[in-house]
Ligand binder design. Structure first.
Ligand SMILES: C[S@@+](CC[C@H](N)C(=O)[O-])C[C@H]1O[C@@H](n2cnc3c(N)ncnc32)[C@H](O)[C@@H]1O
Length: 380
C-alpha cells in the first residue's frame, strides 16, 4: 500500500479508492440490527473450533526463536468486525499461548512475564469504536496491548516476519469488489437475472472465481510476508463442497429471494430497474478445491490441517426472524452503498413477508461446508 501511495500521492489514492476497494461493513453499534447482536451463527462456528484451535497451536507452533524464550507474542485477527466474536477468539489464542509457555517453562527454561500485542484488523468503515469500548478488563492489565489496523487485508499490513499467529474467520467470502463483467450489460458474464453467483451460468461463475482467486491470492501472499517462519495462520470459513451449486443451498435460496424483492421494488417504482440489474453481491462461496489451489500456488505455507468441520447449526431449520436479522446485519452496507439509504427497511420487510409466504425447505437444500485450515509459514 505505502509504495502505491508514494507513487501516486495521497489525493489521487483517495480519489481512486471507490473503484480500488469496495467497503461494506457489518452494521455497527449495539442496536437491534447490529452485527454484535446478530452474529450467533458465526459465533457458533467459532465455538465449534475452539478446542481444535487450542490443540493446533499447542502442537504446531514451532518458532525459530524457541517459544520458551519469547516474551512478546504478536497476534492479528483479520476482518475482526466488532466483537464479541473476535474477543473470544483472541482470548482463546492468548490462553493457549500462556499454557504453551507454561508447559515449556516446566521443562526448565524462561519464566519471563509474557506480553501480547494484539492487532484487530478490518476495513476503515468498521465500527472500531464499539470494539474498543467493549475490550475486557485484562486489556488494561499491562499484559495485552491492543490496537486497530483499519485497512483492507488484501494488502500487507505488518512488517515482514513480525506476526506469530494470524487468524481470520468468516471473512474470505468477501471479495474486494464485484467482478466488473457481471455488472456490465455488454459482457457475456452480465448477471442480469440474479444478484449473486448461483454457479448456474458458466461465464458468471468464471468471473466470480477469477476475482476470488485474485483476492485470496493477495491475502495469502500478504500473510506470507507478515508471518514469522514457523508462525501459524488459522482460517475458518464457509465454502461449497466440490460440485455443489450455490443456487441449491439455503443461503443461495435466500439471496435469490432478496433479489426477487429488489425486482418487485423496482416494478413498484421504488428503485430503478437498471440499478437492480447491475447489482451483484461481492460474495463468493469457493469450492473446497479452489481454496486449496490458491494456498498451494502461493507455496509459502505448509498445510497442516485442511478439513471440514460440522457447523453446529448445520441441521437446523431457522426461524424467519433469525434469517432476516442475520442477512440484514451482513449485507445492509452493500445494499445501501448501491441503492442509497432508505431502502433497507422496505427491502427486509418484503423479504420477511416473502419468507413467511414461501418458507425455505431446509431439508430439500444441499449443504454448504464449514472448513478449518491451519497453515504454517515455511522457513525461508
Ligand atoms: C461476517 S464478518 C466476520 C467477523 C468476525 N471475523 C467473525 O467471525 O465474527 C466479515 C468481516 O470481514 C470484514 N472484511 C471483509 N473484507 C475485508 C477486507 N478486505 N479487509 C479487512 N476486513 C474485511 C468485514 O468488514 C466484516 O467485518
Amino acid at each position: 500500500m505505502s509504495r502505491e501511495i508514494l507513487e501516486s500521492g495521497w489525493e489521487e489514492m483517495a480519489n481512486r479508492k471507490p473503484t480500488l476497494i469496495q467497503s461494506y461493513p457489518m452494521i455497527g453499534g449495539d442496536g437491534p440490527h447490529s452485527y454484535l447482536r446478530n452474529s450467533s451463527y458465526q459465533k457458533a462456528a467459532i465455538e465449534s473450533v475452539r478446542v481444535k484451535t487450542r490443540e493446533a497451536i499447542l502442537a504446531k507452533l514451532d518458532l525459530e526463536t524457541p517459544n520458551s524464550e519469547l516474551s512478546i507474542y504478536r497476534i492479528a485477527d483479520f476482518g475482526c468486525s466488532i466483537g464479541s466474536n473476535t474477543l473470544d477468539i483472541v482470548q482463546n489464542i492468548i490462553e493457549t499461548l500462556k499454557l504453551k509457555h507454561q508447559q515449556e517453562e516446566t521443562k526448565g527454561n524462561n519464566n519471563e512475564h509474557l506480553e501480547f500485542h494484539v492487532f484487530f484488523n478490518d476495513k476503515p468503515e468498521n465500527d472500531f469504536n464499539i470494539l474498543f469500548k467493549t475490550l475486557p478488563w485484562y486489556y488494561l492489565d499491562s499484559e495485552v496491548f491492543a490496537c486497530g489496523v483499519p485497512c483492507s487485508f488484501h494488502y500487507q499490513l505488518f512488517p515482514r516476519n513480525s506476526i506469530h499467529i494470524g487468524h481470520t474467520s468468516n471473512t474470505l467470502l468477501w471479495l474486494s469488489r464485484c467482478p466488473e463483467d457481471v455488472c456490465n450489460r455488454n459482457s457475456q458474464a452480465w448477471n442480469r437475472n440474479s444478484i449473486h453467483c448461483t454457479n448456474f451460468i458458466v461465464e458468471v461463475a468464471r468471473a466470480y472465481k477469477k476475482q476470488f482467486k485474485k483476492d485470496m491470492g493477495a491475502f495469502v501472499e500478504a500473510r506470507a510476508q507478515e508471518l514469522v517462519p514457523g508462525g501459524l495462520m488459522i482460517v475458518l470459513g464457509l465454502c461449497l463442497p466440490d460440485g455443489v451449486k450455490m443456487i441449491r443451498t439455503w443461503k443461495g435460496v435466500v439471496f435469490d429471494m432478496i433479489g426477487d424483492c429488489l425486482m418487485d421494488m423496482a416494478k413498484s417504482g421504488i428503485i430503478n430497474e437498471g440499478k437492480v440489474e447491475s447489482f451483484n453481491l461481492p460474495l463468493y462461496f469457493p469450492q473446497f478445491r479452489e481454496l486449496m489451489e490458491v494456498i498451494e500456488q502461493n507455496g509459502c505455507f505448509s498445510i497442516e490441517i485442511m478439513e471440514e468441520v460440522k457447523h453446529p447449526m448445520e441441521d437446523m431449520s431457522f426461524s424467519d426472524d433469525f434469517i432476516v436479522s442475520m442477512f440484514r446485519a451482513g449485507i445492509h452496507g452493500i445494499i445501501e452503498g448501491h441503492f442509497g439509504s432508505g431502502v433497507i427497511d422496505e427491502l427486509f420487510d418484503r423479504f420477511a413477508k416473502k419468507l413467511n409466504k414461501e418458507p425455505i425447505d431446509f431439508k430439500d437444500c444441499q449443504k454448504d461446508m464449514q472448513y478449518f485450515i491451519l497453515l504454517k509459514r515455511k522457513v525461508r
